[in-house]
Design a protein around this ligand. Structure first.
Ligand SMILES: CC(C)(COP(=O)(O)OP(=O)(O)OC[C@H]1O[C@@H](n2cnc3c(N)ncnc32)[C@H](O)[C@@H]1OP(=O)(O)O)[C@@H](O)C(=O)NCCC(=O)NCCS
Length: 218
């Protein structure tokens, strides 16, 4: 049966246009992934925190190269939007910022990120998330972005809060990690409502514009 409302995010955003490079400011950029990022992603996944919270092991550079290729390809199918966080001058990989679990019809997606150990504590993740969110809301037209992290991942919770993702609750036993099921924080940001047109001209006092005019009977 046909849907009775249009999709919130147009599929053509992904199928008809190349993945954009997004400026982050302060010497950082979000750019599409390249297979040659494989060795740096392999190195990132040797970090116990990245391996733990993303529940992945990287065994060979070759295998990681295939994985990075799949991140690059995911754009054109509208399945996910994966960006490398890179130093805009040296090109050095600093991390990853992504939208996954994208549901274009309802305009929903989930934000994910990691930053290499040597670059942590400088606010890179919150700035990368802000650039990602700006594109998702203002260009793509997403309505709601969610962010989930284990209740034991305090650093990720700080990124969520600093990026304006409001804590909506705890999903019990919702994230399977190598040591078992973790309760997960659910944070979200919702598309800011467009400023409403004033219902009355600004130079008329509010009461005069909203109260019906009283005309006494003669
Ligand atoms: C979570 C993560 C992305 C934060 O990235 P970041 O660029 O360091 O973010 P910030 O600089 O804003 O730091 C966030 C918090 O990390 C902590 N932190 C600061 N310096 C740190 C360092 N050198 N090493 C580790 N954590 C540090 C602080 O608590 C900070 O919060 P604060 O600003 O209130 O003090 C990064 O630590 C990471 O990649 N961790 C492993 C993977 C991961 O957890 N991914 C998210 C899964 S949901």
């Amino acid at each position: 049966m046909p849907r009775s409302a249009p999709a919130v995010v147009a599929a053509e955003t992904f199928t008809r246009a190349a993945q954009p490079v997004l400026p982050v400011g302060e010497g950082l950029v979000l750019r599409p992934w390249l297979r040659r990022d494989g060795p740096e992603v392999y190195a990132a996944f040797q970090d116990p925190a990245i391996a733990r919270w993303h529940v992945r092991t990287a065994d060979t550079v070759e295998e990681v190269g295939d994985w990075v290729d799949s991140w690059a390809r995911s754009w054109s199918s509208g399945a996910a939007a994966n960006w490398a966080v890179a130093d805009s001058r040296s090109g050095r990989l600093m991390g990853r910022a992504s939208l996954h679990h994208m549901e274009l019809w309802h305009g929903e997606a989930e934000v994910a990120y990691w930053v290499i150990p040597a670059a942590r504590g400088r606010g890179i993740a919150p700035r990368a998330v802000e650039a990602l969110v700006g594109w998702a809301f203002e260009v793509a037209g997403f309505h709601r972005l969610e962010l989930r992290h284990s209740v034991h991942n305090a650093q990720s919770c700080r990124v969520a809060c600093k990026s304006g993702f409001i804590l909506e609750g705890i999903n019990r036993s919702a994230g399977l990690h190598t040591d078992g099921w973790h309760d997960m924080h659910l944070h979200a940001r919702v598309q800011p409502a467009r400023p409403a047109e004033p219902a009355f001209p600004r130079d008329i006092p509010y009461e005069a514009a909203t109260q019906p005019v009283f005309r006494p009977r003669r």
